[in-house]
Design a protein around this ligand. Structure first.
Ligand code: NDP
Length: 301
């Protein structure tokens, strides 16, 4: 019987995960089909109930359900419990286990960005949504000593900091109001800047002015595109990385959880690039159309 794996989100039509995961199943000769299920919040419980039948290997969960699905599973892994968000479901018989593979995905992206340099200990994180939770938890586990979170709505950053209370008891995790001068002051004391907002996803906007970026900064944008932030940072001499590595590795971790096999990373990476070149635009967590990278925009103009 062909096994089924589904992505549950709303919307899901532009997701890159389908191409990436189906290519991996096909490469390893696994008889499984990856399906996109567009389910509004009202249909989530029924979708989750359906997964308990034998034909399903598991699922991915994306916007807007990552937090909503938490009380609907039978068990949470440490990452899912700590972040309060689930992006992958596996089965133990009829029981469902909630995982958060954005955390290991981010950790691989961070390691690659830092490369041979010493792992920094201070970070500035922009954003307080589901992506930011995976980032902050990944940084805490990595041993960061000071993490400052800026968010447009300060209360959301404050509640995220509170949520991490116990895991962050040994270090300095703070929410601060989004003022350019405060961000600039914090950046001057830090080595790592992570953009976990969706600013730059739909238009050529940047969360911080180019003038406050200094060459020693490592800049990671979770958005899977050469955003204006990344272009400004590269022009300032910073080391930069986009969301591709995180997207690829969260998917690879999910694949291994469903199949018990190492993920064919090269095949998955190539499928991602082909899907994106063909106009599929959305990384998981991206609700709609990402802005094309400027070079792609020129190529198709
Ligand atoms: P959420 O909707 O949970 O959070 C969105 C965040 O962006 C919030 O902090 C929100 O601030 C902020 N934001 C949105 N618009 C604006 C604006 N105009 N001005 C200031 N702040 C704004 O989304 P996610 O956390 O799931 O995703 C955030 C980004 O990370 C997306 O671009 C997504 O594609 C990317 N992502 C990438 C992944 C990958 O694998 N590469 C994985 C997960 C996410 P506020 O709270 O004030 O509204």
């Amino acid at each position: 019987m062909t096994k089924r794996v589904v992505l549950i989100g709303h919307p899901v039509a532009h997701s890159l995960s389908g191409a990436m995961q189906q290519a991996a199943f096909d490469e390893l000769g696994i008889d499984a089909r990856y399906e996109l299920w567009d389910r509004a919040p009202i249909g989530l419980a029924d979708a989750i109930a359906e997964l308990r039948t034998d034909e399903f290997l598991g699922a991915n969960v994306t916007i807007p359900h990552k937090e909503r699905v938490v009380p609907q599973v039978d068990r949470l892994t440490e990452e899912a419990h700590a972040t309060g968000a689930v992006n992958t479901l596996t089965k133990e018989g009829r029981k469902l286990v909630g995982h958060n593979t954005d955390v290991p995905g981010f950790t691989v992206a961070l390691d690659q960005l830092v490369g041979r340099q010493k792992m920094p200990r201070h970070a500035v994180v922009l954003g307080a949504g589901g992506g930011a939770r995976a980032v902050v938890y990944g940084l805490i586990r990595q041993g960061f000593q000071r993490i400052i979170v800026f968010n447009r709505h300060l209360h959301r950053a404050e509640s995220m900091v509170k949520h991490f209370g116990r895991s962050a008891a040994h270090m300095d995790l703070r929410a601060m109001p989004w003022h350019e001068s405060i961000i600039e002051a914090e950046l001057s004391k830090t080595k790592l800047l992570v953009n976990a907002t969706s600013i730059g996803l739909a238009g050529d906007e940047t969360p911080v002015p180019a003038e406050i970026l200094t060459p020693e900064l490592l800049v990671l944008d979770l958005i899977y595109a050469q955003t204006r932030l990344l272009r400004d940072a590269a022009a300032a001499g910073c080391t930069t990385s986009d969301g591709e590595t995180m997207l690829l590795h969260q998917g690879a971790a999910a694949f291994t959880l469903w199949t018990g096999q190492p993920a064919p990373l090269e095949v998955m990476g190539a499928a991602l690039k082909t899907a994106r070149a063909g106009g599929v635009t959305s990384a998981e967590g991206e609700g709609g159309d990402a802005a094309p990278a400027p070079d792609e925009a020129e190529a198709t103009a």
